[in-house]
Design a protein around this ligand. Structure first.
Ligand code: ZN
Length: 471
């Protein structure tokens, strides 16, 4: 059991409570209230109803209680990251494309990504998950879509193993590229796969790893990369497979004007219309970016309950534009946040993503565009909704024990006691949290990763990165 005691401010997702305790039993939240006595919860307890696979610490009558003093901490649900490319942590800050727009940036990177292998996938996953966990993320997706010809086809298995080891709740999306340059696509032919290879591996991964049960630590989604790197046929076949197997669908959409021009030239329609005619609309679909939608397209997204992952940092970094999040929210469009790949961020800093969302939307839309609490809700409940998780994103008895604590009694938050919750978005010179608990397991304690050796990860990631970008 873990008892979070005397919490300075607890935000459950619906309520702000001062001076409460929160008790975690096994991998679920058992109780929230003042002065909780853990002895009353000697067995699994009346409220730990989530029948999740018990990969957290075991519960029992003699279970020891770890008490975390939270009198300096704001405690809230862990953040949900809805878009990333973990392998790109090895291509941060590449000098020759720091000023390139998306299409020429991608063409240079495809040459580097031809060298992706099991080793680089493994270490880059630990870099991404390590930084995400340290900055408050407890559930993350990853979109891995580069499978160079003649190399291992087990990249997904490797990243699932690495994410489990470090302790991330993980929604890997099986990415794909089937439209190489010889067929009019953007990527070189050496990094695309045949449609049969993509579908076969997608089916294998769903059968092996996808867990639809509450409390699941791994769920697979399917994610052909973008309209300029896959065929219509694979979009349709992927949607059919996802619906047959009950998994979600994800892709990049409406990221740049170049993409819109490409779709009109090659398909005769704008990006959203292409996706709609391939069956890609509905509550089981979420798109990354969603910048260049017309008013009518926003209404269609709202009507079909299709979701958007807003990636403010990446969009600013590549100069791609701004998703109209306030308009989306007023139309009822489902929105979550995503850090996007580290070649276009160049970090996996989740708390920074909240701040950048807030600032970007304010810059474009004025002081009423969005507020700090709305941004926190997008990063928690909003992300959980995009990933169809009813067991994360809120703190209440029976929910999965994905909880973070952030120290606000430091110099960066001094003078912010008027509103500690908003200070998480508005203040802070460091985005490293005090603790992160995922599925009842402490993975960050006092700002340090506890399940892995951080120095070893940094050293191996730098080695793998140097090998990939070497001429
Ligand atoms: Zn992306």
């Amino acid at each position: 059991m873990i008892l979070l005691k005397d919490i300075l401010l607890l935000y459950t997702g619906t309520e702000e409570i001062a001076g409460a305790d929160l008790l975690i039993q096994g991998n679920t939240i058992a109780e929230i209230g003042k002065g909780i006595d853990p002895k009353k919860f000697g067995s699994r307890g009346p409220t730990g109803t989530c029948n999740a696979p018990a990969s957290g610490p075991p519960a029992g009558p003699d279970e020891p209680v770890e008490v975390i003093d939270c009198k300096n901490l704001v405690v809230l649900p862990g953040f949900v990251n809805t878009h990333h490319h973990f392998y790109q942590t090895l291509q941060r800050c590449l000098r020759d494309i720091q000023d390139a727009p998306l299409f020429s940036w991608l063409k240079r990177l495809y040459e580097v990504w031809k060298r992706l292998d099991d080793d680089s996938v493994y270490w880059s996953t630990l870099v991404a998950c390590g930084e995400l966990l340290k900055t408050g993320c407890t559930t993350s997706t990853d979109n891995l879509y580069v499978f160079p010809r003649g190399r291992s086809s087990n990249f997904m298995d490797v990243e699932i193993e690495a994410a489990a080891w470090i302790g991330m709740r993980f929604h890997p999306t099986r990415g794909s590229m089937s439209r190489g340059q010889k067929d009019g696509g953007l990527p070189p032919d050496e990094v695309v796969q045949t449609e049969d290879e993509i579908l076969e591996d997608s089916e294998r991964l769903i059968a092996r790893y996808h867990n639809p049960e509450p409390g699941a630590m791994v769920r697979i989604a399917l994610a052909p990369c973008s309209p300029f790197s896959v065929s219509e046929k694979i979009l349709e076949a992927t949607a059919d497979l996802a619906r047959k197997t009950g998994v979600l669908l994800h892709t990049h959409l409406a990221e740049t004007e170049d993409e819109t021009a490409y779709c009109i030239e090659h398909y005769g329609v704008r990006p959203l219309q292409l996706m709609e005619r391939c069956g890609w609309a509905g509550r089981d679909v979420w798109f990354a970016h969603g910048i260049h939608f017309t008013d009518d397209e926003l209404k269609r997204l709202a009507g079909s309950a299709t979701g958007i992952s807003h990636c403010a940092t990446s969009n600013m970094r590549l100069g791609s534009g701004r998703a109209r999040v306030p308009e989306m929210l007023s139309l009822g469009i489902r929105v979550g946040l995503g850090v996007d790949g580290s070649a276009s961020n160049d970090s996996s800093d989740m708390l920074a993503e909240l701040r950048n969302c807030f600032l970007l939307q304010r810059l474009a839309g004025g002081s009423k565009a969005i507020n700090a609490r709305e941004v926190i809700d997008l990063a928690t409940r909003g992300g959980a909704d995009l990933l169809a998780r009813e067991d994360v994103g809120l703190l209440r008895p029976g929910m999965a024990a994905d909880v973070i604590g952030i120290d606000v009694c430091d110099i960066a938050h001094a003078g912010a006691a008027h509103d500690y919750l908003a200070s998480l978005v508005l203040c802070g010179e460091s985005h490293v949290v005090d603790f992160t608990i995922v599925n009842g397991r402490t993975v960050v304690r006092h700002g340090e990763l506890v399940t892995v050796d951080e120095d070893e990860i940094v050293c191996n990631a730098n080695r793998a990165a140097a090998r990939m970008v070497a001429d």
